[in-house]
Ligand binder design. Structure first.
Ligand code: BJ8
Length: 424
């Protein structure tokens, strides 16, 4: 990584803070990922990407900008990457998954703010994220209250564009979202100086449909018993979704799936058939947040699916364009996106149905509902999720946690008790 110090300096980064953020990762990666037995060979690409996320990937963004291209930093599955790509821009998921920057954010943000928001805000404040430092524009959205108010504060430190995401899914809400997509297109055209044409948008739509299809293939393979890949390895694919080059990631997810298909055919699993199968539902686990999966998987269970925006909520299918022109394309993007059932919507019975379906499709023995601390939408929606699961006799463990290590002992004890109960 030291080869990149000049690049990070040129991005006006605080190298000391950045090095402190990176320092624990190699050991953590070794103990969580590389020490696993029987890993698919194709995971080597994911290992490479994680090791080069702040190196080679940032160099790609720097090179893109040197040629006049623009980079758009974002956090949410609702940000339409298709439009960015159609204007020859790059969308880059911003750093928001580490505890180290939280103390900096705490100097400004209220204590009861979720760690995802605090981590991101702190990274921007202390200039320790190369993704933030490479972004020409940060794209926010009106989802939870914490994010909504953070964009206002963040605008003092970087240019921000906020998309107004409706909180319901009626016709008038869909119209509002379509108008927001058009406003976003105008903004992207203004920043890049490039026109979003029907041809370019069609290309971008098929590029991202292909990436979604590859991820769906991977998730479908996790339905097998025995399951051919550990949950923690599989989690890397949706984590990279926000940061990697879409075409390269699609190729590498498909290469992984080719290998897993052989395993499934030959009934080769990472754990024996009959191992308790866990669905994790709730808040996104953004790179490099790997706190919960290893606790579950080191205790004789396996995570077979994540119902999350770093998981199955990305699997909204193909973008079905009915008709000609940008209007039809943008309406199709909106239609597809609104299948992402975020807890910021109300009512949100669709998400409960999704979770029930996933339990059935993935032959799940128990659900761990994962909420980040102070995330009102997911913490409150857990009440309804639990009730629906109880009616179907599916056990659920409710976890509310943060990015720190302070509660690992307590979480481990609760997960052990939960798995014990499932095994009886
Ligand atoms: S579409 S889930 S990616 S908003 S954890 S910041 S909700 S207080 S992340 Fe999300 Fe888009 Fe929805 Fe998906 Fe707020 Fe909760 Fe924090 Fe959250």
């Amino acid at each position: 990584m030291s080869n990149y110090e000049q690049m990070w300096t040129d991005l006006s980064m605080d190298l000391e803070r950045h090095n402190a953020a990176l320092a624990p990762l190699p050991d953590m990666y070794q103990s969580i990922f590389l020490s696993q037995k029987n890993r698919p060979k194709a995971m080597s690409y994911f290992d490479w990407f994680v090791s080069e996320a702040h190196g080679q990937r940032i160099k790609e963004l720097v090179d893109h900008r040197a040629k006049g291209g623009k980079v758009f930093g974002y956090f949410c599955a609702y940000i339409p990457e298709e439009i960015v790509i159609a204007a020859d821009g790059v969308a880059a998921g911003l750093c928001a998954g580490e505890e180290i920057s939280i103390s900096t954010a705490d100097q400004i943000l209220p204590r009861n703010t979720c760690p995802l928001i605090k981590s991101a805000f702190g990274f921007k404040l202390e200039r320790s994220s190369p993704f933030f430092q490479s972004s020409d524009l940060i794209v926010g959205e009106t989802t939870c209250d914490g994010k909504k108010k953070t964009w206002e504060l963040l605008a003092d430190y970087a240019p921000v564009h906020v998309m107004e995401l409706p909180q319901r899914r009626d016709e008038k809400d869909k119209e509002l979202w379509i108008s927001e997509l058009f406003a976003f297109k105008d903004k992207i055209e203004e920043v890049t100086g490039n026109k979003v044409t029907e041809e370019k948008l069609a290309e971008a739509i098929s590029l991202l449909d292909a990436r979604r299809a590859a991820l769906k293939r991977l998730y479908d393979l996790r339905k097998a018993d025995p399951v051919p890949i550990s949950g923690v390895d599989a989690l890397l694919a949706p984590q990279l979704y926000y940061d990697d080059d879409p075409s390269r990631l699609t190729t590498n997810i498909n290469a992984l799936c080719n290998e897993l298909e052989i395993r499934v055919k030959e009934k080769v699993g990472v754990v024996p058939s009959g191992t308790p199968r866990i669905l994790i539902a709730g808040c996104p686990m953004v790179l490099p947040y790997w706190k919960v999966h290893p606790i579950i998987e080191n205790r004789g269970a396996v995570v077979v699916c994540e119902e999350s925006c770093v998981g199955s909520r990305l699997l909204t299918g193909d973008t079905i364009v009915k008709g000609q022109g940008l209007e039809a394309q943008i309406a199709a993007i909106a239609e597809r996106q609104l299948k992402t059932h975020c807890a910021c919507f109300t009512p949100n019975h669709e998400r409960i149905e999704d979770i029930l379906n996933l339990c059935w499709e993935y032959h799940v023995d128990g659900v761990v509902h994962f909420s980040l601390a102070f995330c009102q939408p997911y913490i409150m929606e857990a009440v309804k999720v639990k009730k629906a699961l109880e009616q179907r006799n599916i056990p659920m463990l409710e976890l509310e946690t943060d990015y720190g290590e302070g509660d690992i002992g307590q979480i481990t004890t609760r997960i052990e008790a939960f798995l014990e109960m499932i095994r009886k």
